[in-house]
Design a protein around this ligand. Structure first.
Ligand code: HEM
Length: 201
């Protein structure tokens, strides 16, 4: 019997706990707004950069990357940076971008897992956003929209692997709570940061 059959599964807890936050953020992101033009898209991706840069760095530096997960393959920042270059920013401009100072607290492996859940899950919605940005702005992976399809054909595979990894953790209730708390904090901090960068509706 799988662990999921005997315990309330971690993935289920994550979904339940973050569903509302996802919907709220989705509604405020301007991807499907008529206002989405190249300038707004560039500002939006620059704001994403300002969040992913310190967050991915913190995950790496703290070495709280869940062991056993191919985390190095999951680093998205170089792709985001390449998009900004394709969108016309030079290295100096990218270096000068504001970065988020109020990140979700990552003080345990469980918390790192919760953060990773949000960053990994975002690649799923990316598949929809990538089509929208192609239609609305004519952008593809070579012209500034690679991040939205960061795993390409491996998107489904990587997500399945991540879910399997979550399932294998077999965490107890206190740790499950830590994971979901960090996932929620990632959503709220990201929304707050994007808001401060004035890229939300
Ligand atoms: C307008 C923007 C967005 C849209 C339209 C969108 C759409 C979606 C869709 C359709 C799914 C389900 C995909 C599937 O099951 O195959 C999904 C999953 C998910 N998205 Fe988004 N998304 C958006 C933005 C984001 C952002 C910005 C984040 C986080 C930074 C995020 C985090 C997640 C997570 C964690 C999941 C996985 C939920 C699960 O456990 O199944 N999404 N999104």
């Amino acid at each position: 019997m799988s662990p999921a059959a005997t315990h309330p599964s971690l993935i289920q807890a994550l979904r339940t706990e973050t569903a509302e936050l996802h919907v709220a953020l989705e509604k405020r992101l301007p991807f499907f707004s008529e206002r989405l033009d190249l300038a707004l898209y560039r500002r939006l991706m620059a704001a994403y950069y300002g969040f992913y840069q310190p967050l991915e760095q913190r995950l790496q530096v703290l070495a709280l990357i869940p062991s056993g997960l191919d985390q190095s393959l999951r680093i998205k920042l170089p792709v985001l940076r390449a998009d900004l270059v394709a969108l016309g920013m030079d290295a100096a401009a990218i270096e000068a971008l504001p970065v988020c100072q109020q990140l979700p607290q990552i003080d345990s492996r469980a918390a790192a897992l919760g953060v990773s859940y949000v960053l990994e899950g975002a690649t799923l919605g990316g598949q929809i956003l990538r089509r929208r940005v192609a239609e609305q702005l004519g952008l593809d992976a070579s012209s500034g929209a690679a991040f939205l399809n960061v795993y390409g054909e491996l998107t489904g595979r990587r997500w399945k692997d991540f879910l399997q990894y979550l399932d294998d953790r077999n965490l107890g209730e206190p740790q499950t709570l830590e994971v979901t708390r960090a996932a929620k904090a990632t959503f709220t901090h990201f929304e707050h940061w994007l808001d401060s960068q004035k890229v939300l509706l």
